[in-house]
Design a protein around this ligand. Structure first.
Ligand SMILES: Nc1ncnc2c1ncn2[C@@H]1O[C@H](COP(=O)(O)OP(=O)(O)O)[C@@H](O)[C@H]1O
Ligand SMILES: [Mg+2]
Length: 242
């Protein structure tokens, strides 16, 4: 198992946000973490990345090693890449410079040296618009372009596991599908594992190898995409219809 989370509880101050989360990611798989706004998806990512807020209890193991109390820079170095929901680009660097910064923080661990690496050309292949704009400044980009740049920069660090927080948010449906197809290709071509956080959408279920659904800080579904696809009751609850 690449990532194993056992009985994770997380707090912001006195407020408990996560309740006994159990979540596993196998090597080279795409795991969907769905849930309504405020369910605790981003808090789960922040807990994995080791930020001092939220405060966590429980156990998080990565490649068999306990990372629960490690700081973010160490966790990143061990090969976990994080694409936060608020795009974090460097506005005073060009797009190409932003991407090359990702390469500098190369995190792909030495235990998988035979794996193919993602290069600048690969990122440009996934997001042709970044190639077209490579000399432009970060601050000249639209929201959607900044989103692609943030993803591209994380890819350039060649992590073994990528935490993608709402990668399609604010993107046109066609581009959103391109991003999801890129996720599948990254898995296939480079053997990376991904956790993709999205607000619940039946459309994205089919892209996943395994699905979790969170609600009010708890995991309320843990199973195959096929079974989730058939669970109309749960879907209606999450979509607030019916
Ligand atoms: N920094 C924070 N301080 C206090 N409460 C927070 C903070 N960030 C998020 N929360 C609360 O934690 C809950 C889960 O938020 P979040 O993990 O961002 O949900 P999601 O990503 O699923 O939309 C929400 O009720 C939110 O208001
Ligand atoms: Mg969120």
């Amino acid at each position: 198992m690449l990532l194993e989370i056992k009985n994770l509880t997380s707090f912001y101050g006195d407020a408990q946000i996560l309740f006994d989360i159990n979540l596993n990611v196998e090597e080279g798989t795409v795991v969907g973490l769905f849930g309504r706004n405020g369910a605790g998806k981003s808090t789960t990512f922040r807990s994995i990345m080791g930020f001092s807020s939220p405060q966590c209890q429980g156990e998080i193991k990565y490649k068999g090693q306990d990372i629960t109390t490690l700081p973010p820079y160490k966790i990143a170095k061990m090969g976990i890449g994080w694409v936060p929901e608020d795009r974090r680009i460097f506005p005073n660097l060009t797009i190409k410079e932003n991407l090359l910064l990702g390469e500098k923080s190369e995190s792909r661990s030495s235990d998988s040296p035979d794996r193919k690496k993602i290069t600048l050309d690969d990122v440009y292949r996934y997001f042709p618009v970044l190639k077209k704009m490579e000399r432009k400044w970060g601050c000249e980009m639209s929201g959607g372009e900044q989103q692609m740049l943030t993803i591209g920069r994380t890819l350039m660090s060649n992590p073994d596991l990528i935490l993608l927080d709402e990668p399609t948010e604010g993107l046109a449906p066609l581009i959103a599908d391109q991003v999801m197809n890129m996720v599948l290709e990254i898995k296939k071509e480079y053997g990376m594992a991904l956790i993709v956080v999205e607000q619940f959408s039946p459309h994205f279920i089919s892209f996943m190898d395994h699905c979790y659904v969170m609600d009010i800080g708890e995991i309320i579904y843990d199973g195959s995409p096929e079974k989730l696809e058939k669970d109309h009751e749960l879907q209606q609850k999450l979509l607030g219809v019916g």
